[in-house]
Design a protein around this ligand. Sequence first.
Ligand code: HEC
Length: 165
Amino acid sequence: MKLAASFAFIAVALLLPLAAQSQQEPGRPSQPVQPDPAAESVKMRQGLMAAVRWQFAPIAAFARDRSAELTPELVGRIRFLANLAEIAPQGFVEPSADVEGSNALPAVWEQREEFARLMHNFQAETARLAELAAAGQGNEVRGHFARVAETCSACHETFRREMPR
Ligand code: HEC
């Protein structure tokens, strides 16, 4: 009996926010249970790209400063960058250039092969950077960094809208 009552309580607690939502938007069709896959994928890839930049900036600073040391923290960041590149394609599966706020161009889904090729370069060059970093080869990391940076701009040039830097 007690158990049934607490189940009822949980059910009410779960449903209340839904009820509140439909009251806020009278006359509008109720929200679909599944989140919108196009909108979710825009969030995913923008968050992912923000994480890419988060790792990228200190690596760029290291590449510029010849006296900087290749610290374990930096080696970790370079590995995270390569890991992010591994999952980056997941943000571009669902056609979603027309979602408000997205800066992806329709070309992503119209020129799939070219997009995949540039994505592959991004993965290969970041993986190589991670290998050099893991081997403690700081100067080689510096030397290879430009190749990685080029994979970003190569893709943005064709597949991303102009964005303020
Ligand atoms: C294969 C293509 C591709 C590669 C490689 C790539 N990007 Fe992107 N990037 C995009 C696209 C497309 C968008 C726009 C996504 C959107 O708004 O829907 C984007 C968006 C971004 C954004 C904006 C995120 C936001 O907050 O909206 C940043 C920052 C970024 N990329 C950084 C980088 C960096 C740094 C690299 C390289 C280390 C890189 N990208 C590599 C395609 C790529």
